[in-house]
Ligand binder design. Structure first.
Ligand code: PBG
Length: 333
């Protein structure tokens, strides 16, 4: 600003807050159902449909997907992010189930594509649903081995694309996996399939409920993912992570978790001006549900405030387990 703005009492900032229509006119950000991505869990028939820490989230069988998509579509949700729940007996040290044509995730992707060809179909990509140790990759010498993991992930990504995924979302935090995935997709006729990289994914306590819904908590046996997920103390490092993934060909990036990492969302968006997704993770969902159930917080107001704050921080889109409730509430107003 070249001239100083007027001061009180000439300026009265409250004037713009007097009426709802005026508050709407001057609002700097907006939130709509079109901003939301709904994570969708698919399970085998004999697995339990729900878990305690994520009330309201269902693990769907292949047969139930139709009903799930119809419900989502009716509320204006147009994109889903798919996660498979793999039974313990199909897990092993190297996650071999992940490369089987018959694996649940490929059937689910094909089915969703057939049922809802107009919907956006994102596939989460990592090995933790498949490994008997619960880690996102292959273990060598006591740690997750980067390059052999990346090789497998690229193969799984290609199979996901072949099954109908529009966007692959690698959540494993290996170095170089975006390049490996991009390369394999491009050399197999899938140059239009996108990569939305979990680029700044922190090693967070807030993934607990997700690991319960994936049944992977027990497999991790108190282990942690600190050797590949980011240290919550670091911010500048997120910029390097995002830069690398963009350089390797990512079309969009995810910052995860959401609320505690709004500064990272902001820095990423300011620095790169690329499509940025916020992941409102399972622990955030669980905290809100618990507070709502006790009556300590108003779920609708708290949720909508959380989501609009992601937008204000710089997120273009938001992945949230509350997508259906949010869409319903947004459509009411
Ligand atoms: C694993 C994966 C995780 C989430 C998405 N993909 C958890 C983890 O890293 O252990 C977290 C989702 C959430 O908590 O909502 N590849």
């Amino acid at each position: 600003m070249t001239t100083l703005p007027p001061l009180y009492p000439t300026a009265r900032l409250r004037r713009n807050r007097r009426f709802e229509w005026l508050r709407d006119l001057v609002a700097e950000t907006s939130l709509s159902h079109k901003d939301l991505v709904w994570p969708l869990f698919v399970r085998e028939k004999d697995a339990a449909p729900t878990v305690a820490s994520m009330p309201g989230v269902r693990r769907y069988t292949l047969e139930e997907l139709d009903e799930a998509l119809t419900r989502a579509r009716a509320l204006g949700i147009r994109t889903v992010l798919l996660f498979p729940v793999i039974p313990p007996e199909l897990r092993d040290e190297v996650g071999s189930e992940s490369l089987k044509d018959s694996a649940l995730v490929f059937k689910a992707l094909a089915r969703i594509k057939a049922l809802a060809p107009d919907m956006g179909l994102m596939a989460d990509l990592a090995l933790d649903p498949y490994t008997s140790h619960g880690h996102d990759g292959l273990i060598k010498d006591g740690d997750v081995h980067n390059d052999s993991t990346t090789e497998v992930l690229a193969k799984v990504a290609l199979m996901q694309a072949q099954a109908g995924a529009d966007i692959i979302a690698p959540s494993d935090m290996m170095d170089g996996r975006v390049a490996a995935i991009r390369h394999l997709l491009d050399h197999n006729g899938h140059d239009q399939v996108g990569i939305c990289s979990y680029a700044a994914k922190y090693c967070s306590a807030l993934y607990g409920p997700f690991r319960e819904i994936l049944d992977s908590q027990g497999f991790l046996k108190g282990g942690h993912k600190k050797s590949y997920q980011m240290d919550p103390r670091n911010g500048a490092e997120a910029i390097r992570e995002v830069a690398q993934d963009l350089h390797e060909g990512a079309d969009s990036v995810i910052v995860k978790p959401g609320t505690l990492y709004l500064d990272i969302i902001h820095r990423v968006k300011e620095t790169f001006q690329v499509p940025t997704f916020a992941y409102h993770v399972s622990g955030e969902y669980a905290m809100l549900k618990a507070a709502a159930a006790t009556g300590f917080l108003d779920e609708k107001r708290t949720l909508l405030e959380t989501l609009i704050c992601f937008k204000r921080a710089g997120a273009d889109a938001i992945i949230t387990y509350s997508a259906l409730e949010a869409a319903q509430w947004l459509n009411e107003v």
